[in-house]
Design a protein around this ligand. Sequence first.
Ligand SMILES: CC(C)c1ccc(C(=O)O)c(O)c1O
Ligand SMILES: [Fe+2]
Length: 296
Amino acid sequence: MIELEDIGYVRSGVADFATAVHFATDIVGLELMDSGEPGVAHLRSDSHHHSLSLVEGVSGVIASGFTLATEDALVAAESELERRGFRVTRGDEKEARSRRVAEFIGFDDPFGNRIELAFGRQTISRPVRLSRGSGITEFGHLCLDAPDVREAYRFWSSTFNARVSDWVGDGACLMRIDEVHHKIAVFQADEPGMCHMNFQVAELDDVFRNWHFLVEHGVEIEMGPGRHPQSGAIFLYFLGPENFTYEYSFGVRRITDEAAWRPRFFDPDEIGAIDMWLGPKARTVSQPQLRLSDPA
Ligand SMILES: CC(C)c1ccc(C(=O)O)c(O)c1O
Ligand SMILES: [Fe+2]
């Protein structure tokens, strides 16, 4: 069993680099860090150097990064994954530098999502300088696509310390690795990919201020504002360039009594299964418009 310390970063390829960087900064509000690498933009949301990297090239998610607590844990994880039959590669110095980590390994999960495990992620002491007043406080969670969500849960819970917090039918599984209701989610989709990347905001008002801002700037709102019955968070999903879905949310539940928590099963065909406010795009999970990464 490999103990994930935290979620770390998303690395995503973008064909139109300038447009994607403009969106991540001026629209989403992330801080653009000086990467020192042409064609790579690091976007900061919290005390870490970055949580999103945009890499000029082929469009689509490159990897999802997680942190481990120690170098020994990384070495042990490498052996453990190899023992389980995964082909593990170790990042070289240049690649580690680009991720602002000391060391990392990478492998493909059983569905084709590239996963990286890192040790020694860089912390920045000065406060974040958000590009606009979006109220972002941290990278909240990432949601991966997989064709079989139950199978994905089996992978995450048997390989890592991921525990299911809630299910939405067979369509979505929300998993925690610490007290936060979920930091990893899996959403049913035919292909591997990134369903969405979530950023927490400081107050409820930020969700609504951001909503107005996004609408005024012609950004496609995919769902919300609404409230998830699972984490209890007020959410807003919107579509960035190259089909990259962002989510802002506020007020995610913390599971403080680990022994007492029982995962709940929400029926995707039930009204309000993922939005207690019954917003137009969120009546049921089985509706095709909830394919967050595919707005068509
Ligand atoms: C619809 C997706 C998978 C979803 C469902 C529930 C929550 C939550 O409770 O916060 C999410 O963040 C989601 O992204
Ligand atoms: Fe989410």
